[in-house]
Design a protein around this ligand. Structure first.
Ligand SMILES: *Cc1c(COP(=O)(O)O)cnc(C)c1O
Length: 476
């Protein structure tokens, strides 16, 4: 294969991708593969001689596609969607053809300056004030790690990177019980240690952190001779959309001069709609905020927007700048590798540019508003369906429910069997979580091409399969 054949194959791939997206709704959402099926279909040894691209492509369809869970399926209601809107896929195609490295301004000036501009477009789109700037990270996990490292360095007067943590002050970081596991891993990797991640209890329908409990935890740690370093808040937690009272928690953090990071990986996209900003009043006081355009906004994975009120703290934490990386003679140039843990960086801003231009913010807002409205309509229907109960109320387009027919004792077992049966059926895909120890089934709508009919079909599938399970119930 050489570049003179690329056009032929590129057109073939483009046609294939178009057809895939137009017909993906006819496939079962979750792969029906058994463990080992794909591994065993792949030759044990690599080929010594070139193979025909035609054969490679046929094997891709024959071996790979049956083992794919279709994240672009309009009835993928599991986890959170990771969208791939058509214009962003085109941008990724171009980026993989150019394959630039974007660690320094001079290693691709267009990528750097596009990233600066796109982060500002996103800032305006979310209604964040002037003065926030940002960087595109590969994932929210990386942004959270970068923020935790910044908390560590600030709290240790910038001595952690050089002296290490042994013998240094004993740091403490605070979050609620609802944050994503990427927070735990950031604490491990930063050397701060899981035992120093303080879980503040949550309260209310939003399952948000109790600010008075945060204040008490900080004061207790100070009294015990420990050193508070930062607070991590969440807006739209993964399990049930838990959302901390941002203004009140930031006030507590400010009283103790603590660095703050807000994880809005999923729900941040909804903030392009002004009416959803009621979920994070006071956000302008945060030091660091992350959201993933690769989730609800439609950008092809990966693309994580990391906003900073003052990038100097982050750059002071992460910049190495050895001589061979120095770019002389460009005053004010940004070298984004100094804002992130990896050195090599993809040109991720191009897909944001394609995406926002192709739909306009209005087009993107309409999708998000539809998903929220349809999800709430499904919530209302399920709430009114005998045998079903709502476990947690809608947060944007996410709610949880449970099947609880009157005569059943083991609801966890019944609901696990229900979610498994639904996913084996293949028309929709859901995942489960635990709320106060009990199994609940999550529903969220966020796929770019989802229609109202797709969401309403979820009601038919859920109730039909629940009825079947109830009828098949073994006699006790
Ligand atoms: C998806 C998600 C993450 C992790 O995002 P990655 O980009 O995969 O690291 C973190 N926090 C929340 C709330 C999420 O929804």
């Amino acid at each position: 294969m050489n570049w003179s054949e690329f056009g032929t194959w590129g057109r073939r791939v483009a046609d294939w991708a178009q057809n895939y997206h137009l017909t993906v709704g006819t496939r079962p959402v979750r792969a029906k593969t058994k463990p080992g099926d794909i591994l065993n279909a792949l030759p044990v040894m690599p080929p010594e001689t070139p193979e025909d691209m035609e054969q490679v492509f046929q094997d891709f369809e024959r071996i790979v596609m049956p083992g794919i869970t279709h994240w672009q399926h309009p009835r993928f209601f599991a986890y959170f969607n990771a969208n791939a809107a058509a214009p962003s896929v085109l941008a990724e195609f171009l980026v993989s053809a150019i394959a630039p490295q974007c660690m320094l301004w001079q290693t691709s000036p267009a990528a750097t300056e596009m990233e600066t501009r796109m982060m500002d477009w996103l800032r305006q789109s979310l209604g964040l004030p002037d003065g926030f700037c940002g960087v595109i990270q590969d994932s929210a996990s990386s942004a959270t790690l970068a923020a935790v490292l910044t908390m560590r360095e600030k709290a240790l007067n910038w001595t952690g990177n050089s002296a290490g943590l042994a013998g240094n002050a004993h740091l403490r970081i605070y979050c609620s019980s609802e944050v994503h596991t990427s927070v735990d891993r950031a604490i491990w990797v930063s050397g701060i240690g899981q035992d120093n991640l303080v879980r503040v209890p949550v309260q209310g329908d939003w399952r948000g952190m109790d600010p008075a409990a945060l204040e008490a935890a900080i004061q207790a740690d100070i009294a015990a001779g420990l050193r508070p370093a930062g607070v991590i808040l969440c807006v739209g937690g993964t399990s049930v959309g838990a959302t901390d009272p941002i203004a009140a928690c930031l006030d507590v953090a400010a009283r103790h001069d603590l660095y703050t990071h807000v994880d809005a990986a999923w729900a941040g996209s909804a903030m392009i709609c002004p009416e959803f900003r009621d979920y994070w009043p006071g956000i302008e006081g945060a030091d660091s905020i992350v959201f993933n355009p690769h989730k609800w906004l439609g950008a092809q994975f990966d693309c994580s927007a990391h906003f900073l009120r003052n990038p100097d703290d982050l750059v002071r934490t992460l910049a190495i700048s050895p001589e061979y990386l120095k770019t002389h003679g460009h005053d004010g140039v940004i070298n984004y590798s100094e804002w992130s843990v990896p050195l090599g960086r993809r040109f991720r801003a191009l897909k944001i540019w394609f995406l926002i231009r192709a739909y306009g913010l209005e087009g993107l807002r309409t999708r998000i508003r539809n998903h929220v409205a349809w999800s709430r309509a499904l919530h209302d229907r399920l709430a009114a369906t005998p045998g079903f109960e709502i476990v947690t109320p809608p947060m944007w387009s996410l709610f949880t429910f449970r099947y609880a027919p009157a005569d059943t004792s083991d609801l966890d077992d019944l609901n696990l069997r229900l979610v498994n049966a639904i996913n084996d059926d293949g028309r929709i895909y859901l995942t489960q979580t635990r709320v106060d120890g009990e199994l609940a089934i999550r529903f969220q709508a966020g796929q770019f091409e989802t229609t109202q009919q797709d969401v309403m079909m979820a009601h038919d599938v859920i109730t039909e399969i629940a009825d079947r399970l109830a009828r098949d119930k073994p006699l006790t």
